[in-house]
Ligand binder design. Structure first.
Ligand code: NIG
Ligand code: FE
Length: 420
């Protein structure tokens, strides 16, 4: 058993009360009564839920008995949403970092037996409690910055028991820390070595045994595939999507990261929640995603780590009106990133997103990429109380500073988990 002691979510003070003096970041708050230009916003929380949002001093009298929290003019955003992570794994891959510095590409490292399958070895060797203890500080680092909902994928087990272990740890992390966790089954992440040359057999195993069993245990909120020439073909991807559809589970895709496989258009045909990476996304892929309402998840940490130079088609996505999310893609190989705000900064600097696009990318659009658009990613009544107060005059500062954790107050699942 792990000896790590963590405060239970209930040990943090309740956020129930009237929060006055907030300045919501533009576009990230919906008020019940319009707030006059320049006036402060007030948010009423009761029972862990946002009950009312509107101008200060105008809250309905029914809430008068609640305690007051004075935000003193702080910038407010909804809790951040990290919509693409591989947070639960054994080991680390700093050696590959060194190999790439010496000139090897990601594909060369993978073909030489490194890459995903090396994390598979370390993950299989670790117990569930060990994986929990390893992932806990990573998750805590993200939460300390204001993340209130996160996606955690499997995909380093690649066998039923080991995929189960990863997904169970993901669920346990959410319960232990009081954070919304969406689990994604990524059994089709890489071909495990025992299936070398038998890709179809492994795909059958994923579809016929692993996915149904894990879904029956309530461990699968979505299904993902790595569709790439070093991973799974378009036909294998479609087979996994069909298995997900048969179980009524939404899909998403690691699509067009290293090459244009046509994965995004396929995913859109299956109503995918999101297509992620998409550096090599085509015009057809963009049109299909727009038609299906699929979110484009941008992962600048992986782009940066791999020293990629092929930019995702940001201008075309913007012109088409495809919602763009931004995420850490936290994983031991291509994005050992533990700061979502740094990703917002990189999305602006490397991908040329505007600041409002980057902020929507780590809140509202990220929530949509997880199917959480009705509960997360926006300060609005009827939603669980997840919001962050920042010591900033200008919302642009959220994407401008990097390398520190500026959140002043964090309210997560109705509890004040940082600041008071
Ligand atoms: O999202 N692209 C595939 N999967 C991960 C990398 C996983 C790894 O290298 O361990 C990603 O970048
Ligand atoms: Fe990924």
């Amino acid at each position: 058993m792990t000896t790590t002691t963590i405060p239970t979510p209930q040990s943090h003070p309740s956020a129930d009360g009237i929060w006055i003096g907030l300045r919501p970041a533009p576009g990230l708050c919906t008020a019940d009564l319009p707030v006059p230009e320049g006036a402060a916003t007030c948010v009423v929380v009761q029972g862990g839920t946002v009950q009312w949002v509107g101008p200060e001093d105008a809250w309905p009298a029914a809430w008068n008995a609640l305690p007051r929290f004075d935000a003193r003019g702080a910038l407010a955003t909804p809790g951040l949403v990290d919509c693409h992570t591989h947070l639960v794994y054994g080991g680390q891959r700093a050696n590959e970092f060194a190999m790439r510095l010496a000139g090897a590409t990601y594909e060369e490292v993978a073909r030489a037996g490194g890459g995903i399958v090396s994390s598979v070895r370390a993950t299989r060797e670790a117990s569930e409690d060990e994986l929990f203890a390893l992932a806990l500080p990573r998750l805590q680092a993200l939460l300390d910055e204001g993340v209130c909902a996160i996606e955690i994928k499997s995909g380093y087990g690649l066998a039923l028991d080991h995929e189960r272990k990863q997904l169970r740890v993901a669920r346990r992390l959410g319960e232990a820390l009081g954070v919304t966790v969406r689990t994604t089954f990524l059994g089709a992440h890489a071909l495990p070595s025992e299936y070398a040359g038998r890709s179809q057999d492994y795909t059958d195993l994923v579809c016929k045994e692993m996915l149904p069993a894990l879904a029956a245990e309530g461990l699968v909120d979505a299904v993902d595939v790595f569709c790439e020439r070093i991973a799974f073909t378009l036909a294998e991807t479609e087979q996994v999507f069909q298995a997900a559809r048969a179980l009524g589970i939404p899909v998403k895709l690691h699509a067009e990261q290293l090459s244009d496989m046509g994965g995004a258009a396929l995913a859109a045909r299956y109503g995918a929640l999101s297509c992620d990476h998409i550096e090599h996304l085509s015009a057809d892929g963009i049109a299909a995603m727009k038609a299906a309402g699929t979110v484009a998840v941008l992962l600048p940490g992986a782009y940066y780590t791999l020293r990629d130079t092929h930019l995702p088609p940001i201008a075309a996505l913007r012109e088409a009106g495809v919602p763009m999310a931004v995420s850490t893609d936290h994983n031991p190989g291509t994005s050992p990133a533990l700061s979502l705000l740094l990703m917002a900064n990189m999305a602006c600097t490397l991908f040329r997103l505007t600041v409002p696009e980057a902020l929507a990318g780590i809140t509202t659009h990220a929530a949509r990429a997880l199917g959480l658009q009705d509960t997360h990613g926006l300060i609005a009544s009827g939603r669980p109380a997840n919001f962050v107060l920042w010591p900033f005059a200008d919302a642009a500062e959220l994407a401008y500073w990097f390398g520190h954790k500026p959140a002043r107050t964090i309210v997560r699942q109705g509890r004040i988990v940082k600041g008071a």
